[in-house]
Write a protein that binds this ligand. Structure first.
Ligand code: ADP
Length: 545
């Protein structure tokens, strides 16, 4: 772990003197306990995934002191969250809630506004409040990770009865990931779609429960997400309208069997015809999970070796080199690999897998990799665990591609069509070639759309490479918007730009978002700038990036 002394000293938020800030911090110490308030005035420590920092982005695209907290506070209850919010209103100090803060590739734990006070909810509010084995639901606090929920099911002897759904990395918060609309890889992979019920501390300090939670004594909070009246949950995801302190979530019944499969395809040009095959199978639920179609170069990078092992030159690794290297791997040379899973008892799986096999083999050169030939350490088994609801960390391996590896993604959504896949792939390919960056796209196929995740791995110590990565990302976002595509989620640094692409009817959507922001958070204290939403006192005053 590398400690970096702060060059600019204590990052005091703009608009407040050091004296006033420190006295406000003292007031907060008295209110919630000095041990629950930490000033960030000495150094930052990048740590690593398991011991991640809560003060800044451990994979910074800009200078590490740009998106950085002045202090971190650890509330232990909903009441303490209310105290912190009211304190922030009183002193006009920006606050930024995180649950765990492992949001890798999207800004980690960093606040958007330098000097914000980070509210680390996860450290002390980390209880699994309920697991209901009859309804197959749970109710969790912000600090519950996918690992913790998984382990609790095993501990209670319910692991055989019900599954969780986990994203690629299991160390994140169930609640945080869901609020950011992250995905996993079982049939319950759309986390937002399977959540039910939120408890939220609003920016002025009131607490609300959404859906059936609005009815005192309801036993249906985790079963029926809507309740009566406007469905308000949506405004609390990818926003800065509230601090979520509880969330309900559906758990998946054990389907009675599962079987991972893996197909490879030889040519980049197989992409479009393959998408045409995938779409109807996915919509009909023959392909049942959020599967991944990945680029061959990712198969190489996931081996976990630095790129320099294969290629020492500058710029993109030539295709001829990585395809030669792929030939030496257990899964062989390919342009694309499809990871999927079939669920249910053997006879039901066979019915579906036979259809998939016949359809995929319409692509010349398609190969099914026999999983029995793959050793235990092979990445395939990581996908197997994840698609069957077992948290994992193997996905971190490709960050080793670069020294001081950081990553950041371009992640547009589109229908599951060949033409869309081709267009997005082509623009990413062009912009990566211009920037000299290795291209590693993955297509995560939902029920009617796909998330295209193009991860850029950069050397966090290499300013030139980071500049190229930023330009590449910004170009791709603009190119995609011109073609009618938008991102499903983005890094802190790119939120204004992405929000700006959702500009139909003279930016009517952002005007609506701003109206909500000003009504709910008139003092503009909660996560200013998150998702491109700025409170009135920041708006168009030079904060937008
Ligand atoms: P992870 O689950 O990957 O560790 P985080 O806890 O960092 O993710 O959450 C991702 C993002 O979602 C945060 O940057 C924050 O903006 C938002 N967020 C997380 N938890 C909450 C919460 N309880 N209330 C409001 N926003 C939250």
């Amino acid at each position: 772990s590398d400690k970096i002394p702060l060059k600019r000293g204590l990052p005091i938020p703009q608009g407040i003197s050091e004296k006033a800030f420190l006295s406000a911090i003292d007031e907060l110490r008295t209110a919630i306990g000095a041990e629950n308030v930490e000033l960030n005035d000495k150094e930052v420590n990048n740590g690593w995934y398991m011991e991640h920092p809560n003060t800044h982005d451990m994979m910074p695209l800009f200078d590490v002191e740009e998106f950085i907290a002045s202090a971190v506070v650890y509330p232990g209850s909903v009441q303490e969250v209310q105290i912190i919010v009211r304190w922030a209103n009183k002193h006009l100090i920006p606050i930024f809630p995180i649950s765990i803060g492992r949001n890798l590739g999207y800004g980690g734990s960093a606040p958007r506004v330098r000097g914000s006070v980070t509210i680390d909810l996860g450290r002390r509010m980390n209880k699994i409040l309920d697991i209901n084995a009859e309804d197959y639901t749970c109710l969790v606090e912000p600090g519950v990770t996918f690992y913790a929920l998984y382990e609790e099911l095993q501990k209670r002897g319910l692991g055989d009865k019900m599954w969780i759904d986990t994203p690629d990395l299991g160390g994140g918060s169930v609640l945080g990931n869901t609020l950011d609309r992250g995905v996993g890889y079982t049939p319950y992979g759309d986390h937002w779609a399977v959540h039910s019920g939120l408890e939220v501390v609003l920016p002025k300090g009131e607490v609300v429960r959404t859906g059936m939670g609005g009815l005192e004594g309801s036993n249906t909070w985790q079963c029926f997400p809507y309740g009566f009246g406007p469905y308000s949950d949506g405004i609390f995801s990818q926003s800065n309208y509230g601090i979520v302190t509880k969330m309900g979530m559906a758990l998946m019944p054990n389907p009675g069997g599962f079987e991972s499969f893996m197909y490879t395809f030889q040519n980049e040009s197989d992409l479009a015809p393959l998408m045409e095959i995938i779409r109807p199978l996915r919509i009909a639920n023959i392909l049942e999970n959020v599967a991944q179609l990945r680029h061959g170069l990712q198969t190489l990078s996931i081996q976990g070796f630095p790129r320099a092992k294969y290629f020492k030159g500058k710029g993109q690794m030539p295709e001829s080199i990585y395809r030669e290297e792929l030939k030496k791997t257990k899964t062989g040379d390919h342009a694309w690999v499809y990871y999927g899973m079939s669920y249910g008892p053997a006879n039901i799986r066979k019915f579906k897998l036979d259809i998939v096999d016949a359809e995929f083999h319409k692509i010349p050169g398609c190969r099914k990799i026999d999983s029995k030939t793959l050793p235990a350490g092979e990445y395939f088994w990581s996908r197997d665990r994840i698609a069957s609801g077992t948290p994992d960390l193997e996905e971190l391996r490709w960050v080793n591609w670069m020294p001081n590896g950081g990553h950041i993604a371009f992640s547009p959504v589109s229908p599951i069509r060949g033409i869309d896949a081709e267009r997005l792939f082509a623009l990413a390919k062009q912009r990566h070639a211009e920037a000299g960056i290795d291209l590693m796209p993955a297509f995560c196929v939902g029920l009617r759309e796909m998330h295209i995740i193009v991860e850029i791995v950069f050397d966090a110590q290499d300013a030139d490479m980071k500049q190229k990565a930023e330009k590449c990302l910004r170009d791709m976002i603009d190119d995609a918007a011109r073609l009618g595509y938008g991102e499903y989620r983005t890094h802190l640094a790119l939120m204004d730009q992405v929000a700006g692409t959702y500009n139909w009817n003279d930016g009517a959507l952002m005007k609506f978002n701003n109206t909500l922001k000003d009504a709910l958070d008139p003092r503009g204290i909660l996560a200013p700038g998150r998702c491109g939403i700025w409170p009135a006192r920041y708006r168009q005053r030079g904060w937008e990036l």
